[in-house]
Design a binder for this molecule. Structure first.
Ligand code: AMP
Ligand code: ZN
Length: 471
């Protein structure tokens, strides 16, 4: 498989450190609010990546953190802790907020068929690990204490800006009005590993450390949780593009300083979901959630389909018009698959056709996870001149990665058309009609049939018995 690597700015062949195995890390959500559908775009595409690696026969171990402490309002270590902001907003404790929004995040993921990673680690449960790594960084001369905080000394590295997307000048320009300069830092790019003195002294969660009562910085959390669960060599690290700098840059700095060699080979970044007014973000307050889409009548899988129709390395604009187009296309797709499901004679699976059509799908996915071409390969299956059995087998196969419930939803549609779960009221009328027919009271039977029709069901006598279908 070829994949774009942000580190080299090239599409490269993906070769894991250990043949057949993949160590994969994902930056998890900051659980101070609901995940918005922009965040979930990143998690959908990372889910597709994980599933495709598994589909390709690789044994993936995927780890994700939950950021429940230390992520400040600005990624550059200034401002309030986001968790504390959430707690104040809702008059709850930080841990109550963390529990509520972690559960909400996984409920959204389940609706979108996003698999839960093999390991999910809340930062607050790994404090000892952070302290261990920070102590080692101080010992090795990569970190220093200033004004009560522990900072990473970026001047100790030959190449701090490893992604080469940002320079010191960008950083200087990035200092916004109202964000105070931290005078403790020796170098502009230095970042906090452990806070004991913050302007925001009412931080709710603090732990004892060698440097006093305090709390970890956001960046150290991901490095430590990854190394703890996946070892010193990481194959692939994922996140949204906004994580490239400073978060992932800092993760590399501290992890490589700690292990003393290259840490992670591939960096996978998903581009943003934007609205017409710019990037969707939690801090803007108003944002779109899966529940909101559901309340407007959209199946969450329509949103997943919408995301899969675009390449992960292109920013995607969300409008309801675009989502409506995806909804219409998804529903049409399901109804075409339903025709295959209800075909009387499905024939046998033709393995030559199966292999040929499957190749188009894997070729698309192998070329930097081109899900939009993979969706085209799915349409090509529907158009192909082969048996229904072959088509259904291929659709089921692709769906191991796409996770759109294609066959399941088509079967449900067929079932619903046949009547599906017929309401009790309709069933009672059907029985009443049968009794009327038995008694040869056909006028009454017709009257009851009209009542059934009014409830949205058609009733017909066939050789197999009474057939009830949804109109
Ligand atoms: P957060 O909960 O803010 O820590 O973000 C969770 C994930 O969502 C991170 O990987 C971010 O890079 C990603 N993300 C944030 N905003 C967007 C967006 N508008 N579109 C896509 N991904 C995003
Ligand atoms: Zn992270």
């Amino acid at each position: 498989m070829n994949i774009y690597n942000t580190l080299t700015h090239k599409v490269e062949e993906f070769v894991p450190n250990e043949a057949g195995k993949v160590a994969m890390y994902t930056c998890g959500p900051t659980v101070y609010h609901f995940a918005h559908i922009g965040n979930l775009r990143s998690y959908i595409m990372e889910d597709v990546l994980e599933k495709y690696l598994r589909y390709d026969g690789l044994d993936v171990k995927r780890v994700m953190n939950i950021t429940d402490v230390g992520h400040l309002t600005s990624d550059g270590d200034t401002g309030d802790d986001k968790m504390l902001k959430g707690a104040k907003r809702e008059h709850k404790t930080v841990m109550e907020i963390a529990k509520f929004y972690t559960d909400a995040f996984f409920a959204d993921c389940a609706k979108l068929n996003i698999k839960t990673p093999d390991v999910v680690a809340p930062a607050t449960e790994c404090i000892d690990d952070f302290i261990k790594v920070i102590s080692a960084l101080i010992e090795k001369g990569y970190a220093y204490e200033a004004g009560g905080n522990i900072y990473f000394d970026t001047s100790k590295l030959d190449d701090y800006y490893v992604f080469h997307n940002f320079t010191e000048e960008d950083l200087a320009e990035g200092v916004r009005e109202g964000v105070e300069k931290d005078e403790n830092k020796k170098n502009k790019a230095d970042f906090v590993l452990w806070f004991t003195k913050s302007k925001f002294d009412d931080q709710e969660l603090k732990w004892n450390s060698l440097w006093g009562l305090g709390y970890p910085g956001w960046h150290i959390e991901c490095s430590c949780i990854s190394m703890k669960n996946l070892g010193e060599y990481l194959d692939i690290h994922c996140g949204g593009v906004d994580n490239i700098f400073p978060h992932h840059t800092n993760e590399i700095a501290q992890s490589e300083a700690y292990v003393g060699h290259k840490w992670c080979n591939y960096w996978f970044h998903v581009h943003h979901l934007n609205t017409n007014s710019g990037k969707m973000s939690k801090s803007k307050g108003e944002f779109l959630t899966v529940s909101l889409l559901e309340s407007k009548g959209y199946d969450p899988l329509v949103y997943r389909f919408f995301c899969l129709q675009s390449h992960y390395r292109k920013s995607l604009v969300f409008t309801y018009e675009n989502l409506d187009n995806a909804k219409a296309a998804y529903e049409k797709l399901i109804s075409r698959i339903a025709q295959l499901v209800s075909a009387e004679d499905k024939g046998e699976i033709n393995s030559a056709d199966f292999d040929r059509l499957r190749c188009a799908f894997t070729a698309a996915m192998n070329e930097d996870l081109n899900t939009s071409n993979a969706v085209t390969a799915l349409y090509d299956v529907l158009k192909a001149d082969t048996t229904a059995a072959t088509k259904l087998a291929l659709i089921g196969d692709f769906d191991k990665v796409l996770s759109l419930d294609l066959v399941k939803s088509a079967e449900k549609l067929v079932q619903d058309k046949k009547g599906g779960d017929i309401p009790d009221e309709v069933m009672a009328l059907v029985q009443e009609r049968q009794a009327a027919r038995k008694a040869k009271d056909f006028a009454r039977a017709d009257e009851i049939r009209d009542k059934i029709t009014a409830l949205g069901y058609a009733v017909k006598e066939t050789r197999q018995g009474t057939e009830i279908t949804k109109i």
